[in-house]
Design a protein around this ligand. Structure first.
Ligand SMILES: Cc1cc2nc3c(=O)[nH]c(=O)nc-3n(C[C@H](O)[C@H](O)[C@H](O)COP(=O)(O)OP(=O)(O)OC[C@H]3O[C@@H](n4cnc5c(N)ncnc54)[C@H](O)[C@@H]3O)c2cc1C
Length: 716
């Protein structure tokens, strides 16, 4: 604790100790003051201003130091200053004293409590930012909650001091009035408890709940108002219409059908959406073939003197189509029809919040789930539109391996594509504007991936921005500028094909969102609330079209919330839970993550300890010639509570599952350490990491005792 803080704490503690040591509480007892009412009244009459000032200061001091006595002082205020002046004096003094206590608590403890209970405080602060004033008002109105506790606890939260002051003033006023009024009859009061009858307390509680109830009513009225211009059908054709049959839409429609709702799923292109047709499935199939080729060409690592991996690129692409074909039945019209979903092929357009057209057909519906996905973002770089550029949408139609391939983008998709094509034999140049690949990951992770890429012959160009594309009969060229303007340089790369992998944009145009005025986020995705509802209470969105995470498993996760909230929101709605979201970039080594990494922790000001384990020490990794990478786990300082884990390794995407489970269910590293892992497996890396954490946290005094005990045993 800093010196000024220690001083403030010291003064406060001394004052409180003195209060109890000198038994000053006796002066704040009801019977004591009742006995001196005449004296006090006479003094007030002789020196009204001084006595008001003294009473005011005393009141502020007592509340600021959270000492008992405020209630009796309130009664005395009524008894000696009367209802009006007593109320004014007590109301202002109690607010100032409460705010002083609030500020002292904030100054002394907020940082320390925030550090100790980071995630819980972050959640509380989020709630306080949205509803803090309402909660405070309720707490203030109900005199059952001790005011001094409210002052101290609120000081630990993010509520603004001015908000605290004004809301406290308003919220405490009714109770102040009641007590000051009772104080005007102070001589007749037997006990403090007799002032507040159960009826009065119930009235205050009702008054306290009013703002919360009012807010909920306002939200419902707003939701109704936005729907008002649209005629609500007397009878609906469907309970739910889902737009888009990708990862999100498939799960949403299935859930609807499983709960016996009448559901229609509309898809304009291919069932399975991006993941099956142009995303996860083809990219993982391509990476697997590329890995097989790479391993065959480096057979010497496995003691194979010569191995040649001859292949025809068109066969590789045929294999990818075969893989898609094998997965396709899982997402097919037949399967979903059998599950009870009506699958319609066509372009859906939202005509009103209650009506969707599918080409020429119109269907009325109670709820709509938008799961229209996203598409590759292609920036308007001069000359790019003159070139037949590739994206993850059309890459899979290639029949010949490009000799020279430029990949724009150093994110997960750009990295996976670069490595796959390089391993198949293309000369790949990967261009990234940022100073690192995989910018969301920690520097050491990016560095590991970069080193692997460079070892495998990929030319990685960082800090470079593509500014122009040129094409002549003989050459295709991308012109790049260095990002650092002071040393602006121009660099050119020739290529046969270019892949644009610069992120993805939500599909929000052309199907009715503009006409309904549905709000969008700054990045162009659909804006939803915590229940995944759009501006319209019966229109929900999930998956890439709303984000913020663009993964298949998150799309499916969101689909549950959107569907359940849509169909059953009248009973209960569920706020989408993003607390434990894992993901993986399927390069070799894979980069998998859940929760915080060091970058996030630093950005959010969260204290952590890092425990890492190098995979090159792992027996199975050595045997498999994959002895590279690491496990990095962030824990709460001094505790084994997992804040996040990153694994850079072969099969990292599978290995991370143990940490995902642990985080989801609050299991610490100790639990992982005490779990038997099969030898020899890569999963042992998780246990070894937990072991490293344990070794760093064994109390040295315990070891010293053990050493002494063993020494003693040698002689007995
Ligand atoms: C190359 C690549 C690799 C990827 N790898 C992975 C990975 O390994 N793991 C992972 O988790 N994620 C991965 N992703 C991301 C993943 O593919 C997406 O997060 C996921 O597909 C999103 O699902 P979705 O349902 O939101 O959208 P989509 O799958 O895009 O589905 C949206 C569907 O809506 C349809 N649609 C749109 N508008 C209309 C309309 N008006 N009427 C009717 N239909 C309409 C579209 O035709 C489309 O089929 C990858 C993506 C790419 C591009």
């Amino acid at each position: 604790m800093s010196q000024p803080r220690t001083l403030v704490l010291f003064v406060a503690v001394c004052a409180i100790v003195a209060f109890y040591f000198f038994d000053l509480g006796v002066y704040f007892r009801l019977d004591y003051l009742q006995g001196r009412q005449a004296q006090l009244t006479a003094y007030v009459a002789s020196a009204p201003l001084q006595s008001a000032a003294a009473d005011f200061c005393l009141y502020v001091l007592v509340t600021a130091l959270s000492l008992p006595g405020a209630l009796v002082l309130t009664l005395v205020g009524g008894g000696i200053f009367g209802l009006i002046w007593g109320t004014i004096l007590v109301s202002v003094a109690s607010t100032l004293g409460a705010t002083a206590a609030f500020l002292v608590s904030r100054y002394l403890f907020r940082d320390a409590v925030g550090r100790r209970f980071q995630s819980r405080m972050a959640a509380i602060d989020k709630g306080i930012v949205n509803d803090g004033a309402f909660y405070l008002f309720t707490l203030r109105l109900v005199p059952l909650f001790p005011f001094f506790v409210i002052n101290l606890l609120m000081g630990l939260t993010a509520i603004k001091a001015w908000t605290f002051l004004f809301v406290s003033q308003a919220g405490m006023f009714p109770a102040t009035l009641v007590f000051v009024n009772a104080g005007t009859q102070i001589a007749k009061i037997d006990s403090l408890g007799s002032i507040l009858s159960p009826g009065i307390i119930a009235s205050f509680a009702a008054l306290g709940a009013f703002p919360l109830i009012a807010r909920s009513i306002v939200a419902r009225v707003k939701a109704r108002r936005i729907l008002k211009p649209y005629a609500k059908p007397k009878r609906f054709d469907r309970n739910l219409i889902v737009i888009g049959a990708g990862s999100a839409g498939l799960v949403s429609s299935y859930l609807g059908a499983a709960t016996k709702a009448r559901v229609t799923l509309v898809e304009k292109h291919r069932m399975g959406g991006d993941c099956l047709n142009t995303g996860c499935v083809p990219s993982k199939a391509l990476l697997r073939t590329a890995k097989a080729v790479f391993q065959a060409r480096h057979g010497e690592r496995y003691g194979i003197a010569s191995s040649d991996a001859k292949f025809d690129f068109s066969d590789v692409m045929d294999r990818i189509k075969r893989v898609i074909g094998a997965v396709e039945p899982h997402d097919s019209v037949e399967r979903y029809t059998a599950l009870g979903v009506e699958c319609l092929r066509g372009e859906a357009k939202i005509l009103t919040p209650y009506c969707v057209s599918i080409d020429d057909r119109k269907l009325t519906t109670r709820n709509i789930v938008i799961a229209a996905g996203a598409r590759p973002f292609v920036p308007p770089i001069p000359g790019l539109d003159q070139i037949k550029y590739l994206t993850s949408d059309n890459l899979w139609d290639l029949r010949e391996l490009p000799r020279r391939l430029v990949v724009l983008g150093g994110g997960p998709i750009g990295c996976e594509i670069s490595q796959a094509f390089a391993r198949l034999g293309a000369a790949v140049t990967q261009i990234e504007m940022a100073p690192r690949l995989l910018m969301r990951e920690d520097e050491v992770v990016s560095a590991t991936v970069l080193a692997t890429f460079e070892r495998e012959g990929i030319t990685v160009e960082l800090n470079l921005r593509a500014v122009e594309f040129r094409q002549t009969r003989a050459r295709k060229t991308v012109v790049c500028e260095t990002v650092d303007r002071e040393t602006a340089d121009v660099v050119e790369f020739d290529f046969d094909h270019v892949v644009v992998a610069l992120g993805r944009r939500a599909n929000v145009e052309g199907y009715g969102l503009e006409e309904l005025g549905i709000s969008l986020n700054a990045n162009g995705s659909i804006k939803t609330n915590e229940f995944l509802a759009t501006d319209y209470a019966n229109i929900y969105a999930c998956g890439d079209v709303t984000g913020p995470y663009q993964f298949t498993h998150v799309a499916a996760h969101q689909a549950w919330y959107a569907t359940v909230n849509g169909l059953f929101g009248g009973f209960k709605r569920f706020a989408v839970d993003y607390s434990v979201i894992p993901w993986c970039t399927f390069t070799d080594p894979e980069v998998a993550r859940v929760g915080l990494n060091e970058l996030d922790a630093a950005e959010q000001g969260i204290a952590y300890e890092l425990t890492s384990f190098a995979i090159d020490e792992l027996d199975r990794a050595i045997a498999d010639e994959v002895a590279y990478g690491c496990v990095r786990v962030l824990t709460k300082p001094g505790k084994d509570t997992i804040l996040g884990a990153t694994i850079v390794a072969e099969h990292a995407g599978d290995l991370i599952a143990e940490f995902v489970l642990a985080m989801k269910h609050g299991l610490g590293l100790g639990k992982i350490l005490s779990t038997i892992h099969i030898y020899p497996t890569l999963a042992e890396a998780n246990k070894h990491t937990a072991g490293a954490w344990r070794r760093a946290h064994i109390p040295t005094w315990l070891l010293a005792c053990a050493a002494r005990y063993h020494r003693w045993q040698l002689h007995h």
